[in-house]
Design a protein around this ligand. Sequence first.
Ligand SMILES: [Zn+2]
Length: 105
Amino acid sequence: MKTVRVYRADTIAAASHMKNVLAQYEISAEIRNDRLFSLAGSIPIGESLVELWVKALDFRRANELVKATLDPISKGKISIWVCDKCNEEIEEHFAACWSCGAISN
Ligand SMILES: [Zn+2]
């Protein structure tokens, strides 16, 4: 099963929290780099962040949940727009359709 990184946290606590949030939506996530984290300071910062990985199939939903969780103002209120060209539903923070590349109007 292909997995993709959905979130990077600067603490294990933050990554664990996000993992729990996803679990509530029945998305299983895996924390990676949690051991590397103890080396923070001796390796480049980008490589010491704790990462949360999900199955590729769950990525879109997980990504929405991560964004909604990080942004309390929009929590639970993710708006979508519908692509004129292919009728795909796109989250409002994307300016272009992920499916066909058409630009939002
Ligand atoms: Zn489209």
